[in-house]
Design a binder for this molecule. Sequence first.
Ligand SMILES: CC(C)(COP(=O)(O)OP(=O)(O)OC[C@H]1O[C@@H](n2cnc3c(N)ncnc32)[C@H](O)[C@@H]1OP(=O)(O)O)[C@@H](O)C(=O)NCCC(=O)NCCS
Length: 164
Amino acid sequence: MLDAYLNRKPEFEILPISAQDCVSMSALHGERFAKGWGDGEFHSLLSQKNVFGYAARQTKGFFKPPLSGFVLAREAAGEAEILTIAVSSKLPRSGLGWRLMQAVMREAGTRGGTSLFLEVDDGNQAALGLYRKLGFEKVGERPSYYVAPDGSRSTALVMRRDLR
Ligand SMILES: CC(C)(COP(=O)(O)OP(=O)(O)OC[C@H]1O[C@@H](n2cnc3c(N)ncnc32)[C@H](O)[C@@H]1OP(=O)(O)O)[C@@H](O)C(=O)NCCC(=O)NCCS
C-alpha cells in the first residue's frame, strides 16, 4: 500500500497561465533556453489581450506545486503563433509538451485562429518530434537565425498547422 503510494506516477493538470506565474515561467525558461527572458518580459507579454497560455503543474504531493511546463501563444487576425514552450528537464517525454500544445491550439481556435505558426531550431530534435507529431509542416526557413552562446549559428524552421 505504502509502496503503491510512493511509486505512483505523478499526475498533472493543465491550467490557463496567469500573471502570478511570471517568475516561475522566467525560471523554467532560463533552465531550458540559452537566452533567458526576465519575469518583466512575461508580464509585458501577458498584459497584451491577445496573448494567452497554459501551465502544467503536479496535482498531488505539493502544497504549492512548481511549474512543470508552460506554453505562451498569441492570436491576431486569424493567425496564431507559439511564442515559447518549455517543459522541465526533469520530466522529459512525459506528455506535457503534447498536452500544453493541445490546450493552446484549442484556445487559439476558440479565439478565431485558423492557422498556428511557430519557429524552431532545425537541430532541436525533441521540439521537431513534438511538432511533427502534432501535424505541423515546414513552410519556411531562416538560415543563421539563432546564435548560440559560443557564436555558432543555426537555421530556424517556420512551421504551420491548420486549426480548422
Ligand atoms: C520540446 C519540449 C517542449 C517537448 O516536451 P515533452 O513534454 O518532453 O514532449 P512530450 O512528452 O509531450 O512528447 C510528445 C512527442 O514529441 C516527440 N518528442 C519528445 N521528445 C523527443 C525527443 N527527445 N526526441 C524525439 N522526439 C521527441 C515524440 O514524438 C513524443 O511522442 P512520443 O513520446 O509518444 O514518441 C521539451 O523537450 C522542452 O521543453 N525542450 C526545451 C525547450 C524547447 O526546445 N522548446 C521548443 C522551442 S521551439
